[in-house]
Design a protein around this ligand. Structure first.
Ligand SMILES: [Cu+2]
Length: 302
């Protein structure tokens, strides 16, 4: 209920700001509709294939921005971690305040943990193991700096959530330079090219090696690759779905982009028994179909 109220309030605030400068009668309708659509319905975007175009700009909060949502909270050690390889322990507490011990599998795992430094370097995607008391444990390898840690999971009987929190690692650090636009990355002799358009909601990742397309990718997390997309600036964690496809070279995904801006894409793929990660950087000009020509110009100064 509190979440519904929060979403409603956010919708109203956002809706009002967004409508500023338009005729009052123009915005009353859409705001009311958006409120009704979103109240208590956090999963609407999963079932409505059409949702990507008109829902997210009006009140849907992207994942990964909140440490607590729907009564579930990600609890990491407040003391941070030492640099280097170490063991990270954490729990997810539920609405009753106790650690959650029952999860539903998503993409073949009960919980996916993503760690990335706030300058978007050092990306790691790991699968912790849970003790009977609900304590999760995993190895991570962290350099000094401020890290963002995401837990992506579905508690049994609860909603699918991506909670995020910061983790400090002591020491001097030098921020990683921005890669600019990067639609191709090379890792261990593999070339990964990004095709398609974030704004169209669909991208394809193409994997090749020595100029030859790779056609025998191995399944990884229920698909021929796993894609995580983060928004630059706040590290919002995007909703990405693998689409059915072959074992390469093309691996298709559906992506919901919440706004115009820069995005980093991290593509994990498995070949010859090894999981590798390619890192890409692209811009979105926004999928808001309400954007009129007068708003078009605002995105072009980037
Ligand atoms: Cu995972």
């Amino acid at each position: 209920m509190r979440v519904a109220l929060f979403v409603t309030a956010l919708t109203l605030v956002f809706g009002t700001a967004w409508g500023a400068g338009r005729a009052v009668e123009d915005r009353v309708g859409p705001v009311t509709t958006a409120t009704d659509d979103h109240a208590g319905d956090t999963d609407a975007h999963d079932t409505d294939a059409d949702a990507g175009h008109e829902v997210d700009t009006a009140g849907h909060v992207p994942g990964g921005l909140q440490v607590s949502d729907s009564g579930y909270t990600l609890v990491l050690p407040a003391s941070g971690l030492e640099p280097g390889r170490s063991t990270l322990r954490f729990v997810v507490t539920g609405p009753d305040g106790e650690p959650v011990t029952a999860y539903d599998e998503e993409h073949e795992k009960d919980l996916h943990l993503i760690a990335v430094r706030r300058d978007l370097s050092g990306y790691q995607h790991v699968h912790p193991t849970m003790a009977a008391d609900g304590t999760w444990t995993t190895d991570v390898d962290l350099t000094p700096g401020s890290w963002r840690v995401f837990a992506d999971f579905t508690p049994t009987g609860g909603p699918t959530l991506t909670l995020g929190t910061d983790l400090d690692v002591a020491g001097r650090f030098t921020p990683a330079p921005h890669p600019g636009s990067r639609v191709s990355d090379t890792v261990d002799g593999y070339t990964v090219d990004l095709e398609g358009d974030l704004d169209a909601g669909a991208v394809t990742v193409r994997v090749s090696r020595d100029g030859e397309p790779v056609t025998d990718l191995e399944p990884y997390l229920g698909a021929y690759g796993h894609l995580v997309a983060l928004r630059e600036g706040d590290l919002a964690y995007l909703h990405v779905h693998p689409e059915a496809g072959d074992a390469g070279p093309d691996v298709p995904f559906a992506v919901e982009v919440p706004s115009a801006g820069g995005y980093r894409l991290f593509f994990d793929f498995k070949h010859d028994g090894v999981v590798r990660t390619a890192e890409l950087a692209v811009r979105s000009h926004g999928t808001d179909t309400h954007a009129d020509t007068d708003e078009e110009g605002m995105g072009d100064d980037h």
